[in-house]
Structures are given as C-alpha cells and as structure tokens.
Design a protein around this ligand. Sequence first.
Ligand SMILES: *[C@@H]1O[C@H](CO)[C@@H](O)[C@H](O)[C@H]1NC(C)=O
Ligand SMILES: *[C@@H]1O[C@H](CO)[C@@H](O)[C@H](O)[C@H]1NC(C)=O
Length: 248
Amino acid sequence: MILFVTVISVLFLKVTTADDLPSYFPKCHIDDPDSCLLRGFQILKPHVSNGIEEIGLPPLNPLRVPKLKVSQTGPLARYQFLLENFTITGLDDYHIQEFRYNPHTMTFYGRIVYDTMSMTSNMDALGQVISVPIEGKGSVEVTLIGPINGEFEINGNLRNENGVNYYNTTNIKVNLYIYDGSCRLDDFFNNNIYLTRMITNIFNENSKLVVDVLTPAFKEMAKYGIRNLMTELTNRIPYNLLFPRRNY
Ligand SMILES: *[C@@H]1O[C@H](CO)[C@@H](O)[C@H](O)[C@H]1NC(C)=O
Ligand SMILES: *[C@@H]1O[C@H](CO)[C@@H](O)[C@H](O)[C@H]1NC(C)=O
C-alpha cells in the first residue's frame, strides 16, 4: 500500500527561541526520567488546549491545519483528498498509559489512549474507499469512536549546534488502533444531496471496515504531528535543559 500525507503549509507557525520554559514544564532528570515524564504529561494537560508557545506546541483543542493532502493506493482505498481548514477536537483529552525515555538508546516510548476524537474539514476528493466513490468538493465530519489506542516509539541522536547539544529525531514508529467511527458528508458530487447521503450511509453501515481501511492514513498523520512536535520542542530546548542532570 502506498500512502502519502503532505502538509502543504507548516503546521506550527510560531518560531520563538525561548530558553525560558514555563514554570510548570516538567524538569525530568536524565537518570530517572520515566515517572517524571508520565507526571509531566498530567501537569501539562490543562495547558495544552491553548497551546504552549514556549515549547512550540500549537493549541490542541482544536488543532487546525490549513491544508493537508492525503492519498492512499491499495485494493480497498484509492483516493486523493485535499483537506482545507482541517480541524481536530479532543486531542488534549489524552490518557497517557506509559511514557518512557531510555537515555542510552535515546528512545522515547509511549502508549496513549483517547475516548473519542472528531474532525471537520473542507475536502476536495477524488477516488474511492471500500469501492465506494467519493468525488467533488464538500465538507466532511468524522468522529473516531474509542478506545483509540496509540503506541509510538521515537528514536534519535544528538545534534550539535554551536557547541550546544540538541535531541535530533531520526525515526518515528506509530501503531494505531481505532475501535469505530462515523462520518457525515455534505455537498459532494456537485452538490448531489441524494448521492452524497447514500454514500454517507454506506460508509456508516460499514464503519468498522472504513475505519480499518483508513487507519494507515491516520497513522501517517499522527507520525507527521509527532515529528513536528519533536522538531519544535527539540530545536528550541537544548538536550541538557530537556533532561537536566542532577546537581549532587
Ligand atoms: C474552519 O473551521 C472552523 C471549525 O469547523 C470554522 O469555525 C471556521 O469558520 C472555518 N474557517 C474557514 C475559513 O473555513
Ligand atoms: C538528524 O536526523 C536526521 C534524520 O531525521 C539525519 O538525517 C541527520 O543526519 C541527523 N543529524 C545528525 C547531526 O546526526
């Protein structure tokens, strides 16, 4: 299966070089980062919906992506979607089940669960999903029904810039399981209401299959989001500030 997700405009626009972290930002020592990081996610939770400018985190509730191109080529999905004003709500309502950092391999590992998540977007579509065509310009509303289980692993190394070390993300792996979903389509097929409604019904009657077939696309989007987040975070916070050493 070939899958392609491109964010046409940059996801995170603000480029501040703040070396002043917010006071609530977790200070996790390199020698025992795990429980601290897990706690850190709980501490950050009330702050993420409006974003945390100092670490380059955009507002997560909702998260808006101006333009996004998603395409997939496979037996059950063959499409090209141009999404505009793509808006996700619920990203801030996470349950982190596990979050670890191994300083020797420089690997982050985490498991995260969501109960539900919803997305709206304008969409220019061409192609088919589960052999059902979808064409034209319209709007789409998608609700992902949990449990939504995400698992990720981030590998990296150190990048030195002007004598300062920064974490440098080299690879991201994501596993994603989505229990179910539902959708609402409007205005597709040159505003053919009946055809659009019929197609919407077929998708909703086969919701588990549709979600299954589209999961690789959501996975790519998650990967893209994580990569951006890591880049923003690690480009502005030197490694020894991210994981300070204890002062004995
Ligand atoms: C973008 O989407 C949001 C939420 O659905 C909506 O309130 C806003 O009007 C949209 N903006 C444009 C330019 O379509
Ligand atoms: C940083 O990671 C990228 C891959 O994401 C890699 O191409 C690059 O060589 C790395 N930089 C350093 C200094 O290792």
